[in-house]
Design a protein. Structure first.
Length: 229
């Protein structure tokens, strides 16, 4: 990437959507503060009041807003209002950081290629909720987390980066979830970093990383970052 391109992406505007404690939000805030991400979170929006993620935003000096979905007549009405609020912030990227809402196709298509999510499983396995318990019930040996572009299909968008976590014989849902969460805090900021640096984009349904088609998700291991120098 040229110096000019890096300069152009140096202040990528990000909006984060949350519904809870915001630990993945904090990981991205920290990466921005440490300048590992060439961008800034310009707003945090929650669909629930009183969640700790809002306190994280305020502590970081980021504007925080509550839009309670219960104040709207239906899902489409809420999504339209949410879209207007996001667009007023003029972001290049929207990140779902524990945003526990199923989004309408119209909303998702509006942000196609600039809407990211993290999911606690090795997609396409275990879409939806209660992933840790389902892995244990199936006596799975490997679990993990995935960062993907969002499409109208629930947890079905192209997967960019995954972290694999072994399932231990003594694991409970609590211990397994905690170890997966540690890896979520690693891989989500990394994908945001790639996007903000102009290394990552979606072309139709094809992920391009450093302008090369990503035929399968990058797996977190001890190898260097793709394209790193």
């Amino acid at each position: 990437m040229s110096t000019e391109d890096r300069t152009a992406t140096a202040h990528t505007r990000i909006v984060a959507l949350i519904s809870g404690s915001g630990s993945n939000l904090q990981a991205i805030i920290d990466a921005c503060r440490e300048q590992r991400i060439a961008g800034e979170i310009v707003a945090v929006i929650s669909n629930k009041n009183g969640v700790f993620g809002l306190e994280r935003a305020v502590s970081a000096g980021i504007p925080a807003l509550v839009m309670d979905h219960r104040d709207f007549s239906d899902r489409a009405d809420f999504d339209q209002a949410l879209q207007r609020q996001i667009d007023a912030c003029e972001p290049a990227l929207v990140v779902l950081a524990g945003f526990m809402r199923i989004l309408t196709p119209a909303f998702v298509q509006h942000y196609q290629g600039r809407l990211l999510n993290i999911h606690p499983s090795l997609l396409p396995a275990y879409k939806g909720t209660h992933t840790h318990q389902r892995v244990l019930d199936d006596q799975g040996r490997i679990h993990g987390a995935s960062v993907h572009f969002v499409t109208p299909e629930l947890d079905g968008g192209p997967v960019i980066l995954q972290a694999r976590v072994p399932v231990l014989a003594q694991d409970s849902t609590t211990t397994l979830a905690a170890r997966v969460l540690v890896q979520e805090h690693v891989i989500y900021p990394r994908v945001v970093e790639w996007f903000c640096a102009g290394r990552l984009r979606l072309d139709g349904e094809q992920i391009l990383l450093d302008e090369q088609p990503l035929m399968q998700p990058v797996i977190l291991d001890d190898s260097p970052d793709p394209g790193s120098s």
